[in-house]
Design a protein around this ligand. Structure first.
Ligand SMILES: NC(=O)c1ccc[n+]([C@@H]2O[C@H](COP(=O)([O-])OP(=O)(O)OC[C@H]3O[C@@H](n4cnc5c(N)ncnc54)[C@H](OP(=O)(O)O)[C@@H]3O)[C@@H](O)[C@H]2O)c1
Length: 370
């Protein structure tokens, strides 16, 4: 029996779809928050379209978790990913409530916890790419990262005590069709369509990425290769690194708009890079939304989330990662919520054709390997 928490989310819904397609005899339980979030509701609708009946379960209050049986495999994805919000109890308290609800867990149980590189955002060695075995020294800068780190520590301690197997999957930015509102790609898409200055700046900070279907392939592989009972294994999942400028340029190309760079001199960026130090002070002083803007800014001027992408080939030798340059067109589907922008401009949306072209090229490249 497999349980997925956060199954209505951006990653969870795709993971559920793959599990149901590839392991049909499996009993699959998909936990969802089941409240008024429109994106989550779309995810639930998608799960129902696959023949999955979502199970409402609120991790912070614990309501709906009563009567859950301990699964052979738990994919724990539920999280408050709204980094700008004040309350992230779902990440740490919610994790505790979920594990307690699923007890007893032991050597036959494997917990795959979807964590984040945000647990390592307070590092000093910005000149080196992030590695999976980095020792975390300072507390994470954001509340999101802080609560995810607490969840990791709780799970490690419980794995040791209860004897279950634990895989911690720290992940960089995940992209794909239909991103969650206000996530990096959702914001950037709008900026590009409006051709704003922010979308044309020569942002210097490298960040690492993975396409969502590739991530799901990694999660499935991790699930099939648990560590020893009572032990934890940590992964850092990223397949390529780009600056925000690179990504914006690709998006401009994808929608058929010409990209006109707005260049700030290196000396200015060198000053702006001090944001990293400023964040340490500001995290306790600024209101959450204001701090979040600063934190996000830090991530695009400094290579905070620049990951070592060489390790992934050792963990997943069969993975043929998709490159962003080949598949970024999928961010713009004909049913994309931003199609109104083109209607308002009285221009035909150029993306349907473009997406078809990119998908066709993408399939041709990938067909022999998949
Ligand atoms: N996407 C990325 O770039 C990225 C990067 C690094 C790590 N991660 C991690 O990967 C996991 C999945 O990310 P995602 O992008 O799929 O996030 P997402 O779209 O925000 O999905 C999170 C899921 O958690 C559910 N949830 C939130 N609060 C809950 C609560 N109190 N009780 C029960 N469920 C709750 C949400 O339900 P509703 O939809 O109903 O709110 C949603 O289904 C998260 O743990 C995240 O930290 C994601």
């Amino acid at each position: 029996m497999i349980v997925i928490s956060g199954a209505s989310g951006f990653i969870g819904r795709r993971l559920a779809a793959r599990l149901i397609a590839e392991r049909p005899a499996t009993e699959l339980r998909c936990l969802v928050k089941g409240k008024d979030d429109a994106f989550g509701q779309r995810g639930e609708k998608f799960l129902r379209s696959l023949g999955i009946q979502p199970l409402p379960g609120e991790l912070v209050s614990g309501s709906g978790l009563e009567g859950l049986r301990s699964p052979d495999l738990l994919f724990h994805l539920a999280s408050n990913t709204h980094t700008w919000e004040r309350n992230h109890d779902c990440n740490d308290i919610g994790t505790k409530n979920l594990i307690r609800a699923l007890q007893p867990l032991g050597p036959h149980n494997h917990v795959v916890f979807k964590s984040t590189v945000a647990v390592m955002d307070n590092r000093d060695d910005l000149d080196k790419p992030l590695r999976f075995d980095l020792q975390i020294r300072g507390p994470p800068l954001s509340r999101y990262g802080m609560t995810k780190l607490r969840a990791e520590e709780f799970l490690k301690s419980e794995a040791g005590q209860q004897g279950f197997r634990l895989s911690i999957v720290r992940c960089c930015t995940v992209y794909g069709r239909d991103p969650r509102p206000n996530s990096l790609f959702d914001v950037l898409k709008q900026e590009v369509l409006n051709q704003t200055v922010a979308s044309r700046l020569n942002w210097p900070g490298l960040t690492s990425f993975i396409q969502v279907d590739d991530l799901v392939s990694c999660l499935l592989k991790i699930a099939d290769d648990p560590p020893k009972p009572g032990k934890a294994r940590t992964y850092l999942i990223a397949t390529e690194s780009r600056t925000l400028q690179d990504v914006a340029r690709l998006l401009y190309h994808a929608v058929g708009l010409s990209y006109r760079e707005v260049r700030l001199p290196k000396a200015v960026w060198d000053i702006l890079r001090q944001t990293h130090l400023f964040c340490r002070w500001a995290k306790n002083c600024l209101p959450p939304r204001m701090f979040n803007s600063l934190w996000r800014f830090n991530l695009v001027v400094n290579p905070v989330f620049h990951c070592d992408t060489s390790q992934i080939a050792n963990w997943f030798p069969d993975l043929k990662p998709r490159r962003m340059a080949d598949c970024i067109g999928e961010m713009f589907s004909s049913e994309a919520p931003d199609s109104h922008v083109w209607q308002e401009r009285g221009q035909p949306c150029p993306r349907v054709h473009l997406e078809w072209e990119l998908n066709r090229a993408d399939k041709a490249v990938r067909a022999p390997t998949r």
